[in-house]
Unconditional design. Structure first.
Length: 122
């Protein structure tokens, strides 16, 4: 799915690296996990949040709910301070650019959810 949802690029990564049942070698699967496999890495890397999303997706699919229960996992951009705020350690933990970036990320996440929900309803 491709949709313009805001300032930051959004990607639909379905690729996973997994070890299939009965194997010891990892393989890359472009279309997501297969039943019984062991996750090694998702499209966003090998972070714990990706492992949780992988397992939730696998469970959903094993229960046969793929069409009835859409799922997803979003990584947000790293929040950046404004150019003049060069030392947040001095106690200045926010600034107008930081606040604007946070609000932009929230708005974009809402847009992503709206697009996903509308797609699921079709």
């Amino acid at each position: 799915m491709t949709a313009h949802t805001g300032r930051f690029p959004a990607y639909d990564h379905t690729e996973v690296t997994e070890i299939p049942t009965g194997s010891t070698e990892p393989v890359v699967r472009p279309d997501g996990p297969t039943p019984g496999s062991t996750a090694r890495e998702g499209g966003g890397g090998n972070y714990l949040s990706n492992e949780i999303a992988y397992r939730a997706t696998l469970l959903r699919d094993r229960l046969g709910l793929h069409d009835a229960l859409p799922g997803g996992h979003v990584h947000t951009p790293v929040l950046q301070f404004g150019a003049g705020n060069t030392d947040p350690a001095t106690g200045k933990i926010t600034d107008p650019q930081f606040v604007q970036n946070r609000l932009t990320i929230i708005a974009q996440l809402r847009s992503i959810l709206t697009v996903a929900a509308n797609t699921a309803l079709k």
